[in-house]
Design a protein around this ligand. Sequence first.
Ligand code: FHN
Length: 438
Amino acid sequence: FSATRAQKMIGTETDAQKQQRMAWWTDSRFGMFIHWGLYSGAARHEWVKHNEALSNEQYQKYFDQFNPDLFDPTKWAKEAKAAGMKYAVLTTKHHEGFCLFDSKYTDYKAPNTLAKRDLVKEYVDAFRAQGLKVGFYYSLLDWHHPDYVMDDIHPLMQKDKSKEHYAELNKGRDMAKYRQYMRNQITELLTKYGKIDILWLDFSFPNKKDPSHGKGADDWGAVELVKLIRKLQPGIIIDNRLNLEEYKDGADFETPEQVGTKELEKYRGHTWETCQTFSGSWGYYRDENTWKTHRQLLDLLITSVANGGNLILNVGPTARGEFDYRANNALDSLSYWMHANNISIHNCTYAPSNFAVPEGDRLTYNAKTKKLYVHLFNYPADGVLTLPGYASRVKYVQFLNDHSEIANKPSSGNSEDLVVTLPKKKPPYEVPVVELSL
Ligand code: FHN
């Protein structure tokens, strides 16, 4: 999605107006993704219906069992806030088609389970009460709806992808009716819950080889959908997964997913948010043991901001509605670090290009306060940090966590270089942060 090509427009918003509309999101830098649904009870990946080629009937047991008796969205919101997350995005409906909200267009919804209530309403109220912005994830794919035309990734196509099977399964299915269902539900979501700040639609998969087996903007009625969304919620921020690439305002941000931190540099100068998990799967996965370390999570957060982007980090609550011990441990560690160092994340972006990045470290920068932050991933054993070409541009040097001054002077070799003398004992943070006043 590039704004350089001469592209059509859906609306009339100027770049300056878009920047104004998105300022809170860009300054926030850090959000919480929450993937919660019937798959949380299966507890082995949110794609379990696809992975095990389950029919609606075989999947019904997760609906019957769904009973989030420990759901406490205020607890979720407080944990997100403590971790320095400024917004959240909750799955209102994932590919399984189950709705956490009280939609009048389906019976496949939380009020008809043992939950007996609208869980989206409680999420919105609780997160707003804690001062967080609220977003909705809404799946474009729907593996339950009778009019959703099946494609190569639909659960019932997994055992037999033949043209005959495709034709047989799709007999009588009407995608126009499914598009109307989506418009009706998105209208409910954007009119029944107050001001919604983000709509995270997911995902398009155009099939160049056989378009009838993929889905893209035209399948979703994307241009009409964006016009509806912006009419209902003029300030809302929309992701890029309707694939409306020919329209400059068809999306507000790019969504690199689970990419390595080295890949993030190529997004510098764009508007983007990388979405990442603690462990690989988005939905609760009880037996998954590929959990990222605290250092890896800090690397994702700091490197995202160091390249001018946002990080949305996912939690997959259990079927009872709780964050499990592994998520809580990860969030607690992030809260400890963010309590002392969030100023180097919020309202920051990449550093001016004429500041060399010390080997292995990261730089972030707040243009309003003219503070440059050195994130010391590579804390020098001898305490000596040489910053090439910084000497004439730095007024003061301190640790961010305790505002303790750090000794520094121009190098005796090249006076343009600043030599910072850090304590040999590293401060009690996985990645200590040095604040330079410019
Ligand atoms: O298939 C989904 C997946 O389950 C998850 O929701 C991610 C989140 O970005 N989006 C899709 C995969 O790209």
